[in-house]
Design a protein. Structure first.
Length: 413
């Protein structure tokens, strides 16, 4: 009987539907929404069908529409350029590729002039500081100003749509790495994000002082639910940037990303497991694990002792001792909060590393931009208690969840 039950369970898993992406549905519709239109496409190499065919190629080869240009975000079309480096213009599929991470962060009128519609197909990772949603925001703003239609081909949030963690960003601290007042882990697909910022008046104001709105539509996925992480989708994962080579690096970035901006420890960038370590030569791994484990386990994050050595980075050619982190991203997980708990553990062990004298202006400024909560920054560096900092971690989230309900396109299960 037990063998029969195991076989039935395996069969049930095999017949589960692979998620059908927005681009898959567009193909199924024979590109009807684009019929007769000239298309400008915001994308990179992650924008592909479930059969791994690039969306740019599919639109370029369609006889229903004409691809006239491509917009590429940070890291370039092929997602190979390191974070923060300018991306040059290029040419692919016999059309110009305009960089939105160089001289321009927002498309110019000239970039959009030949297009009737701007189509968006790019794999976001569900973290506010990841700049693909910032490029989308700027594209929507330009389209609102220049009266261009926007069509989002929706894709999964790799962490699922149930986890929301981190305080709402301070409006005074909005930047390209924090483009909108939403939580650090926002729990939206890229289509839902677009709907929310468009309808909730989060785009910049026009000359009359009224928030812009673009003509927006979203081509939904099929078979995706909010409880699904990437591993549940049945889809292949294409790296979205040099240090996001796989889904586990996304889960890790949700935890340790902010630590890399201010902490004296490395976070594994340059290893084969980027964003999954917190380590430094001066750390005692076992002591560090004991310091944080009881605080991060209830938040859905597990850790174990680890060591790495890389030829570049913060501590080149040195043994870096510390921990490796993992989260299953269950609905009650709080990866951002777990990352703050790890920072607090480091502060208890090395308080001298968390003073205004030790933390230089540049990393402090970047940490402030990423966290986008001045109170947390001040408390962390000016001796605020752990509990005072914890009290800030979900500020404004209840109100956000009420607002988000209006824009969710998919059920929980």
């Amino acid at each position: 009987m037990s063998i029969l039950l195991i076989r039935q369970s395996v069969q049930a898993q095999l017949v589960q539907e692979t998620v059908q992406l927005g681009i898959d549905n567009l193909i199924e519709m024979n590109f009807e929404p684009l019929k007769g239109k000239k298309v400008c496409l915001l994308t990179n190499t992650s924008g592909r069908s479930s059969q791994l065919i690039p969306t740019a190629q599919l639109i370029a080869e369609s006889d229903q529409c004409t691809l006239v240009s491509i917009l590429s975000p940070e890291h370039g079309y092929y997602a190979t350029i390191p974070a923060g480096q300018d991306v040059n213009n290029d040419s692919l599929w016999n059309v110009p590729v305009y960089s939105l991470y160089g001289k321009y962060r927002r498309p110019s009128k000239q970039m959009l002039s030949d297009a009737d519609i701007i189509v968006v197909d790019i794999q976001d990772i569900g973290i506010r500081s990841y700049t693909f949603i910032s490029s989308l925001y700027n594209v929507m703003d330009a389209c609102a100003e220049y009266s261009k239609e926007v069509l989002i081909l929706d894709r999964p949030n790799p962490m699922g749509g149930l986890i929301v963690d981190g305080p709402i960003a301070d409006s005074a601290l909005l930047s390209f790495v924090c483009i909108a007042p939403i939580p650090y882990i926002h729990g939206l697909t890229i289509g839902e994000f677009a709907l929310l910022i468009n309808k909730e008046q989060m785009l910049p104001k026009d000359k009359s002082g009224k928030a812009r709105m673009c003509e927006l539509s979203v081509l939904k996925m099929k078979y995706w639910t909010r409880s699904m992480t990437w591993y549940d989708t049945g889809l292949h994962f294409c790296p979205t940037s040099p240090n996001i080579p796989n889904p586990q690096s996304i889960f890790g970035a949700a935890i340790v990303g902010p630590i890399g901006e201010i902490g004296s420890a490395g976070i594994g960038v340059g290893t084969t497991l980027p964003f999954q370590y917190i380590a430094a030569p001066f750390v005692n791994s076992q002591q560090f694990l004991q310091e944080i484990n009881d605080n991060i386990s209830p938040l859905g994050v597990q850790a174990g002792i680890a060591r790495y050595r890389i030829p570049t980075g913060k501590y080149p050619n040195q043994d870096c001792n510390g921990i490796i982190v993992h989260t299953s991203c269950k609905p009650d997980a709080r990866p951002f909060s777990a990352g703050i708990e790890i920072l607090l553990g480091l502060r208890r062990m090395f308080p001298e590393h968390f003073t205004a004298e030790y933390v230089k202006d540049e990393p402090k400024s970047m940490f402030r931009k990423i966290i986008s909560n001045q109170t947390i920054v001040d408390l962390l560096l000016q001796g605020g208690t752990d509990d005072m900092i914890r009290a800030q971690l979900m500020k404004g989230v209840d109100e956000y969840l009420q607002t988000r309900k209006k824009y969710v396109l998919y059920s929980e299960y």
